[in-house]
Design a protein around this ligand. Structure first.
Ligand code: ZN
Length: 336
């Protein structure tokens, strides 16, 4: 009876069939009930064994009935978990590179293609490397233009005090100190200035420094290299313009601009109506800087250039507020 009852229960597929099964075995006129009723007609010695077995079977059948009832109820519930293998898969959230990181890679790739090696320097720098060795001695007005985060160093030494680097130029000195020409490096890094923030200023930002030193490097080499860079980043039709500018560690110094890639030079908002967009400062390395690291400035010449990474990214993507880069807003970041 146990075997046939359990087999039939497994076949029951709805409430009506379960009820019929219950009546057949456990109901008032059911098969098991009939056995229990008939106990009194058995000899005394058999009554105990048969009674115990029948009661045990009744408990087991009631338990199985409940289990099968629950099973059928869950299967028909809308909440039931079902596997539909025809549904398309769910796309996971994948991260991407920050637009500043992408821009740094594009810049360093453009220079790498011209034989420049990428090197990185420390964020915490000595006064000597950030200023003095770059021909910016104490009291020089250029220091006032870079509101500096000075650090409480335990002891200032021959290199001066410590600070958060205000520019990537210290890496020029560090590379020249430890290597002999020829040098061709590009050095991206984070810079810090104690400035109020607005749409074009942040207190921390990225720069990329460029340095080439060798025998016989001329201003024409600088123009050719930077021109090629501009074409790689802003498109092969770009024209460039160099105008005199001042940076203490170069002589002569220049500001490089490209013709506006939005309006083609007619004048628009991106280029402030001038048709030109300034993208970096550059110049021939000052002889004092070369001599400061022990190079013979009669034998070696070189050029240096520096640019703001956020500015390049803003120009390329038409972004109008530098503060968006560090705001951590995925609605902005996920566009890149
Ligand atoms: Zn324009």
């Amino acid at each position: 009876m146990r075997a046939s009852a359990l087999a039939e229960l497994g076949q029951a597929s709805d409430g009506g069939e379960l009820d019929a099964w219950r009546v057949k075995y456990l109901g008032r006129k059911g098969q098991l009930t009939a056995i229990l009723r008939g106990l009194s007609s058995l000899p005394v010695e058999e009554r105990r064994t048969v009674g115990a077995a029948a009661n045990q079977l009744r408990g087991a059948l009631e338990e199985q009935l409940q289990a099968r009832t629950d099973e059928l109820r869950n299967a028909s519930s809308p909440k039931a978990e079902r596997l539909d293998v025809t549904l398309p898969g769910r796309r996971g959230n994948r991260g991407g590179l920050h637009p500043v990181t992408q821009t740094i890679r594009d810049i360093t790739d453009a220079f790498a293609a011209m034989g420049f090696q990428t090197v990185e320097g420390p964020d915490v720098e000595w006064e000597q490397y950030n200023f003095d060795a770059l021909n910016i001695p104490p009291g020089h007005p250029a220091r006032d233009m870079q509101d500096t985060f000075w650090l409480d160093a335990p002891e200032s030494d021959a290199n001066g005090s410590m600070l958060l680097k205000t520019q990537t130029s210290p890496m020029q000195i560090r590379m020249m100190e430890k290597t002999e020409p020829p040098i061709r490096i590009v050095s991206p890094g984070r810079c810090f200035r104690h400035e109020a923030t607005d749409a074009t200023h942040e207190w921390q930002f990225f720069q990329v420094e460029v340095l080439a030193v060798d025998e016989g490097i001329s201003f024409a080499d600088m123009k050719g290299t930077l021109y090629e860079f501009a074409r790689r980043i802003f498109g092969p039709d770009r024209r460039v313009r160099f105008r005199v500018d001042f940076f203490p560690f170069v002589e002569p110094g220049a500001e490089m601009a490209i013709d506006c890639f939005r309006c083609g030079g007619d004048g628009c908002r991106t280029c402030s109506g001038s048709g030109w967009i300034e993208i970096m400062g550059a110049g021939m390395v000052h002889p004092k800087v070369l001599e400061g690291v022990g190079y013979d400035s009669e034998k070696y010449t070189g050029f240096a250039a520096g640019m703001g990474v956020e500015r390049i990214a803003m120009l390329r993507h038409g972004i109008d507020d530098v503060r968006l880069f560090a705001a951590g807003d995925l609605r902005f970041l996920s566009q890149f």
